[in-house]
Design a protein around this ligand. Sequence first.
Ligand code: SF4
Length: 378
Amino acid sequence: MELIPRATLDQIRHERVEEIVAARKQGAKVVGYFCIYAPVELVQAAGAIPVRLMRGGQAAEEAGEKYLRADACSFCNSCMGNFERDQMYRQVDAVLSVNTCDMMRRLPESIEQHFGIPVFQLYMPRTSEPLPHRVAEFRRQLDGLAGELATLTGSAIGTEQLESEIAAFNRLRGMLRQASDTRRMSAPLLSGGTMLDLAATAWLLGPVKAVSLIEEVLRIVAARPRQGTRRPRLMLGGSMLTEDDRWLLDMVEEKADIVTDILCTGTRWFEGTVPERGLSPEAGGGSPMDRLARFYFGRPCMHRRPNSAMYEYAQRFVREFRVEGLVYKTLLYCDPWSFEVRRLQEALGLPVLHLDTDYSTENREQVRTRVEAFLETL
Ligand code: SF4
């Protein structure tokens, strides 16, 4: 049985969207973002509402295809479609985007061109070794973003406000980690599907309300009796998984447990903490902007070069969560993730099920056959 009924989550989210609509009528600004490199603390410290744009879906993908080139990934197509169709996307006043892959460089330009929504484009140095000049360049980018956010909201970012948002988002990251860590146990009570729901809801609710929701889920987990049925323990990886990919998690979890992931819409958002004030610069302290720059620069992703940190991340999670197999879901034309599958399989030494699809629903029975065949091998 689900820890939080789907209908309850839908209601929470519906109410939050209504709240955002009302806040905008009072002059609030909404900043939509896509990936783990978006410094949400800065957005909120400027007085704007950060909202993660992580919907997919076949209808949105089809609606969005007319805007982008033929080999755009399904996520980017659906994003364009959702700006037409989704009530939350229609509340977005500005988009915060990071140059993670070629499509992510093009998508914001199309959003600006077709929907007239201003885009703040952050340049993340592709080379991942944190040499001072690279981190300094990213820090310069954050300064520019702070200025653009202040212009959007009419409110400059104060140091105290930024410190307070860093603490609030650290708490949210910590609570999501705590929820995810309940899956270290054998026969975990919290499913991968619920974890995806929880994270997606948290990114909509903001840190304060989201923490209360997660505390409630943790109370339910603590009170529920353990069932003890041993099933294969799986990790999820690949291109961004959206809220509309929930069906795949449900399908896998009919016969296995998704105990962790290496997704940007999963653990990679909430792993780690921005150092809080009081530390010396040598111990990772400094101004809040310096700490944010170092934290975000150090996030692992496949698109960085070298991307060994991404492999070390995956290996650590395989060890710590006793993973027995990897379900690796890539989107058609998503090169940054598709090209790595063989190397990742070798590095992890695990059986891998690689699913490379768009958002169409017609192939779900084929996917089911492949999932079942894979699980039988474990
Ligand atoms: S990384 Fe892959 S899924 Fe994500 S935007 Fe780029 S091409 Fe699309």
